[in-house]
Design a protein around this ligand. Sequence first.
Ligand code: URA
Length: 429
Amino acid sequence: MVEPFDTVDLIHRKRDKGELTADEIRWLVDAYTRGYVADEQMSAFAMAVFLNGMTSDEIRELTLAMVASGERLDFSGLGKTTTDKHSTGGVGDKITLPLAPLVASFGVAVPQLSGRGLGHTGGTLDKLESIPGWRARLTNEEFLAQLGSVGAVVCAAGADLAPADGKLYALRDITGTVEAIPLIASSIMSKKIAEGTASLVLDVKFGGGAFMKDYDRARELAETMVRLGNEAGVVTRALLTDMNVPLGLAIGNANEVRESVEVLAGGGPADVVELTLALAREMLDMAGLPDADVEAALKDGRAMDTWRAMITAQGGDPDAPLPVARHSHVVTASEDGVLATQEALPFGVAAWRLGAGRARKEDPVVHAAGIDLHKKPGDPVRAGEPLFTMHADDEARFPRALEALEGAYSIAPAGAELPERPLIRSRIA
Ligand code: URA
């Protein structure tokens, strides 16, 4: 086969701040997927994009080329509309767990193809795998059958969905080219467009525990993804949410499942409930149910019934005890006052060091490891009162976790003025 373009020419053009045509981008992605374009060349290209950016036309073509690299799911035979959520990831972010069954309890299908955690942010599949028997891998037939019967499915994305992204993402991970808006936006949206959902809400996080630290950059990412989704026929909205403080009180895997079940039982921490309800309202509105009473569905057990059905359908036992760590270590307040700061990133790193996360894709996670917070910023504290409890199977992990937490929380005198930080900062529709 005679290749229509020269890879090095395309790299030069991007390096010199030029623009690629749709045909060139389609060819590049296809040639990379089939192995003609080498990893070294694609790394150079990714770095050129990282440094020089891409136009919106280029980002759209890159996204569509990655969609075209694999299969597209088709929900047209399902008989109900589909809606999905994607979060850019944060510490204690377990929202998918209560959200998917809550939305599905209104008769809408929620196809949640999820990933595993890498680094300090946890993965939804890792959390659910704390439930004895639960399995993340489903065949396409099982996936569709469960979407039809239960409505909510959270499972692993198959390798056939946007395979070009799988290959490029692994390369970006080891070449310092992850944090480029065109590459992140096309990576996330290619998978969501290929998944075939009719509508999508994005939870784009900003702040210390998010991988976009800065609000303005997170907003640019959100706007780019909303545009990509809508142009590709997926009704897409975004909420920009604060990730300077961990979400909820549980950071880990099994403890995050426990907290999610509390939310499904009508309780749970206020911030987790607020975000779950806000995202559910967006999803149901896009699905044509603007008046759905989501709060009632959490209080009256409908969402819980769907959760139980969802877990059972994937082999899990919703009543089985969740794993408990062999050791715990409580950190107490050194003085009276008010908890002033609790930084998400160090708490995420500490949970990861306790065994809740993995350093390499192949590593297992320790489901019972993690941190339970007993106080949130703004809460009054007394000297000697527990601030948080760390859990690990191996006591030797505590010192390294504590090291990560040095300076990560502070106590101010009672009555000190603390900055107001709304959880949901803005919305893009
Ligand atoms: N998640 C993705 O799927 N892709 C990225 O590039 C970043 C986060």
